[in-house]
Design a protein around this ligand. Structure first.
Ligand code: PGA
Length: 245
């Protein structure tokens, strides 16, 4: 199982220090085969990496600029710069970035730039509430997968995170039946696009220690992308333990 902490625009050095309890957990036999990934803000990537170097935890970024090479892009960070911090993963296509105008085309460029740097991509897709109400979920997922992944071959480096936008930060999660259906549809779309059927699919949106046991029962889910709850090391550990036990 994958456990990805998305710290968004939160976190400081003290939070990194608190996460040392995760380092001990990651070394235990029971948890070794699972993947714990921290995605802090850019400014903490290197410090975080230095802290977890000797553990089974990995580091990831939350976004990058679409230009794969260095260039005159004031205030931007590209995949090359991210790679140089020691990060192994990158979250792309998060709805909070799509909301500010990030198109599938731009996301596709970012995905290609991350592949070039051998970063493992956590590609976020998901429908908005209005799209769900209009019964357009399948259509939206198909569009995001088709356009976002256009031209990708190295598919073993891509993980999909299904995050219904209406679930993010709201405390509302889909019913298990709805979640299974949407994840199976994602698998079908990937198969049609001739992408690997072994692609890992994570769920994200209001995952917390209270609801994770039920979510973890969905056999199609290979892990979780966790926002709010991941800022507390205690909650994050709780989520991991409850998913696996
Ligand atoms: P949340 O965020 O767990 O706070 O809902 C998830 C995400 O945005 O990836």
């Amino acid at each position: 199982m994958y456990f990805v902490a998305n710290w968004k625009m939160y976190g400081n050095k003290a939070d990194i220090d608190n996460s040392t309890s995760l380092i001990s957990l990651s070394k235990l036999k029971k948890y070794k085969k699972h993947k714990i990934i921290y995605c802090p803000p850019y400014t903490l990537l290197k410090t975080f990496y230095d802290n977890i170097k000797k553990s089974n935890i990995s580091i990831g970024a939350q976004n990058c600029h679409s230009n794969s090479d260095y260039g005159a892009f004031t205030g931007s960070i590209n995949a090359k710069l991210i790679k140089s911090t020691g990060a192994k993963y990158i979250i792309l296509g998060h709805s909070e970035n799509r909301n500010t105008g990030e198109s599938d085309l731009i996301i596709n460029k970012k995905i290609h730039s991350a592949i070039k740097e051998n970063l493992i991509i956590i590609y976020c897709i998901g429908e908005k509430l209005s799209e769900k109400r209009k019964k357009n979920t399948y259509k939206v997922l198909k569009k995001q997968l088709t356009k976002g992944l256009k031209g990708t071959k190295k598919f073993e480096n891509i993980i999909i995170a299904y995050e219904p936008v209406w679930s993010i930060g709201t405390g509302i999660i889909p019913k298990n039946s709805e979640l299974s259906r949407n994840i199976n549809n994602i698998k079908k779309i990937l198969a049609k696009l001739k992408k690997s059927i072994n692609t890992k699919i994570l769920y994200g949106g209001s995952v917390n220690p209270k609801n994770v046991r039920e979510l973890a029962q969905i056999k199609e889910i290979n892990g979780f992308l966790i926002g709010g709850a991941s800022l507390s090391a205690k909650k994050f550990i709780d989520i991991i333990k409850k998913s696996i036990n």
